[in-house]
Design a protein around this ligand. Structure first.
Ligand code: NAD
Length: 489
């Protein structure tokens, strides 16, 4: 875009009338029990907790807090259902997965509104990303359920048994789909623990399973906090553990499982580099940078939270980026025009604030989009730090919020060195018009996913996972199936 055109665009003060999605499509009940053996039951612990909207702090529902006894019941129910489910004709299992996928599509508006209410993410993301991808994961795995022998020829794939699955709050239903769909396709049964700030769509998913007439006990949902998760990890009768969450908890889980012979996959944190070379289409790259870090308020494990930009175009890119930031609409997650919603919880907001303060103290230069933040709820404006040194905490630690750290480089080798200078290795982005450079970088970047001239693209057929402190194991594709199977051959 020419400078003149950009100035003309900047001069237009775009006004948007609010376009709220109707929230009446979701009727939360006052209370949700645990879903065990196909029934909803009160927790033996007798304890409940409240889940609230992070955008307004309005309580949405009471949810059961499962204790060790409840987890035990859920594992027993999954064990009881395993024989029947794993012996079902694979084509029959496919039918259930197809049904679930179709029901997710049919109920997608309701589920998207629930996701935005409970988690704070913009409705246009839950509607256009989370729900379509969650359904796609079930469709994709429905296709595999009766073809596992072709996926792994001459290896005689068998299910593992009871899969314990623990998920975070940033993509509640999508993370559920990433875990539940491959587990069921491979003939396992499931005990799933959703995150404490976003349990509602997992509980609604239990209703989707009921509608699909999934046999009782195949999917069990135990809501609760870290203690509930811990009880699930400790349970002696699980055959597999799949965890997505922080590196800190992932390490604790690995210690817990050491020597027990329970196969596990860990999808942990990230600090991805988004690398822009001077020959890139810069306007397109700026869109990719914005999508990379402000999508889902930056609550994304693979967020492009470190921008590495070639020195010769750094000033231009930063100027374009700041201009673009001023057009982002921050606010009501249920407004269809909203680009950046609420921070998921008070605890996460505190963590973002603490890391941003450390960036200022260490000497980085802060820029925040000029936007009015709502009075109630948890909010943080889209933020860019320039003048960032590699050693600063904001360049090293995962912030998990809408905060970008900008650094520069001169040569491809320097870009690579800086990009790999992290404890994590989940994803990276490369922006250049030179195909050979994309291949050169992709071969050398220590990251599970490398996007070229795009960012944050997901597909159920494409395996996703990390290196180093981002964890191990892959979800999606054939690699993802393998994590839910044992091989006799
Ligand atoms: P978290 O680790 O605090 O919690 C994740 C889940 O683990 C929650 O359900 C929680 O209740 C449970 N949990 C907490 N303590 C536990 C324990 N001791 N034993 C068992 N379970 C326990 O993480 P979070 O704050 O919910 O999520 C954010 C983190 O997740 C970020 O670091 C992010 O990068 C990561 N993440 C990674 C991926 C990926 O695919 N690699 C995807 C999404 C999020």
């Amino acid at each position: 875009m020419t400078d003149e055109l950009e100035q003309r665009h900047a001069a237009i003060d775009w006004e948007y009338a609010s376009a709220p999605e109707s929230r009446t499509i979701v009727q939360f009940r006052d209370r949700y029990g645990l879903v065990i053996g196909g029934e909803e039951i009160d927790p033996a612990s007798g304890e409940w907790f409240t889940t609230a909207s992070p955008a307004t702090e309005e309580p949405l529902a009471e949810v059961a807090l499962a204790g060790a006894k409840d987890v035990d019941r859920a594992v027993a129910a999954a064990r009881g259902a395993f024989d029947g489910w794993s012996r079902l004709r694979p084509a029959e299992r496919s039918k259930y997965l197809f049904r679930i996928a179709r029901i997710l599509q049919e109920r997608s508006r309701e589920l998207a509104v629930a996701e935005s209410l409970d988690g704070g993410k913009p409705i246009k993301e839950s509607r256009d990303v989370d729900l379509p991808l969650a359904a796609a994961h079930f469709f994709y795995h429905a296709g595999w359920a009766d073809k596992l022998e072709y996926a792994f020829p001459n290896r005689t794939p068998r299910p593992l048994g009871v899969a314990a699955q623990i998920i975070p709050w940033n993509f509640p239903l999508l993370m559920l789909a990433w875990k539940v769909a491959p587990a069921l396709a491979c003939g396992n049964t499931v005990v799933l623990k959703p995150a404490e700030t976003t349990p509602l769509t997992a509980l609604m998913f239990a209703d989707v399973c009921r509608q699909a007439e999934l046999p009782a006990g195949v999917v069990n949902i135990v809501t609760g906090d870290g203690e509930t998760g811990h009880a699930l990890v400790q349970h002696p009768d699980i055959d597999k553990l799949a965890f997505t969450g922080s590196t800190e908890v992932g390490k604790a889980i690995q210690r817990e499982l050491a020597g027990r012979g329970v196969p596990h996959t860990l999808e942990l944190g990230g600090k991805a580099a988004n690398i822009v070379f001077d020959d890139a289409a810069l306007d397109q790259a700026v869109e990719g940078i914005v999508n990379g870090i402000y999508f889902n308020q930056g609550h994304v494990c693979c967020a492009g939270s470190r921008l590495l930009v070639q020195e010769s175009v750094a000033d231009t890119v930063v100027a374009k980026l700041k201009r673009r930031l001023s057009t982002l609409r921050v606010g009501d997650p249920l407004d269809k025009n909203t680009d950046v919603g609420a921070i998921n919880s008070k605890a996460q907001l505190d963590r973002i604030r603490e890391l941003v303060a450390s960036g200022e103290e260490e000497g980085a230069e802060l820029y925040q989009a000029p936007c009015e933040l709502p009075e109630h709820g948890y909010w943080f404006p889209p933020t860019v730090f320039t003048n960032v040194a590699q050693s600063y905490r904001i360049a090293q630690e995962e912030i998990f919020g809408p905060v970008l750290s900008v650094m520069t480089f001169r040569t491809p080798a320097e870009a690579l060195e800086k990009a790999n200078n992290t404890a994590y290795g989940l994803s990276a982005g490369v922006w250049t018009e030179k195909g050979s450079r994309i291949l050169w970088m992709a071969e050398r970047l220590r990251a599970g996913v490398v996007w070229a001239n795009t960012f944050n693209r997901f597909d159920p057929a494409s395996p996703f996972g990390g290196y180093k402190e981002s964890g191990f194991g892959r979800e999606g594709g054939r690699h993802g199936l393998e994590a839910y199977l044992r091989f006799d051959g």
